[in-house]
Design a protein around this ligand. Sequence first.
Ligand SMILES: Cc1cc2nc3c(=O)[nH]c(=O)nc-3n(C[C@H](O)[C@H](O)[C@H](O)COP(=O)(O)O)c2cc1C
Length: 246
Amino acid sequence: MNAAMQVLLAHRSYRDFTDQPVSDADLDAIIEAAQRAPSSIHAQVTSLIVVRDPAKRAKIAEIAGNQPWIAKAPVFICLVADFAKTNAAVEFAGEQQVIHESLEGFAVGAIDAGLVLMTLTTAARAMGLGAVMIGGIRNDPQAMIDLLGLPPMTFPFIGCCIGHFASEPPLKPRLPVKTFRHDEQWHGVPDKATIEAYNAELMEYWKSIGRPDGLPWTANTAKRYKQVYFPKTKLVATKQGFTVDK
Ligand SMILES: Cc1cc2nc3c(=O)[nH]c(=O)nc-3n(C[C@H](O)[C@H](O)[C@H](O)COP(=O)(O)O)c2cc1C
């Protein structure tokens, strides 16, 4: 199998990092790869804030709901939907930007950030490093905005930790592919037997890694999805100019 497929099929999130720094050359290469990610209408709306400062990383760990791997990994990268950058282009062209006030604009910001994020983390793994994505920053987006000096028309959607890993976790089981792949048209939700079998498989996985607090897929999803688990997103995004009224 070729190297790219090997990296993709071996994906896992790394949360156990050593103190070894990430070299400038490795980080530059990872960022160069990430900048090759495609972007909607080639606007290149995503910007990266690279955080190496340990005190800042410790603060981000706290903002994200106390995630210690953010303080430990030597590099944290925040992915920002940067409609301030595209606004400069639109003004340069003598027009007024409105896309950031629309649901479409919010979707573009999130999708484009996701593509850059996946490229960053995959490039990191291809370079022999480990990475974990951090949506937890939306726990307190205003604190991220203040910490990183983000202007109006920007929003910190997501981040990731990158570093040398101390241990490699096992692959986390996925739902059967039939629940993921629908040929020609949507064929329905998973049936009871499929759900029960996957819940049992996931509980076996939690047991194998010594996590007695691990939940089945259904309970875990219900625990988060029965509420808006990052309720500040709407308020802060609106304040930043993402009014989503168009
Ligand atoms: C959008 C997004 C946000 C995530 N946020 C976090 C996070 O804040 N903290 C964390 O430890 N993992 C986070 N993860 C990692 C997921 O928990 C992980 O991908 C999932 O449990 C599957 O495990 P695997 O990546 O090891 O296969 C996030 C993943 C995604 C895609």
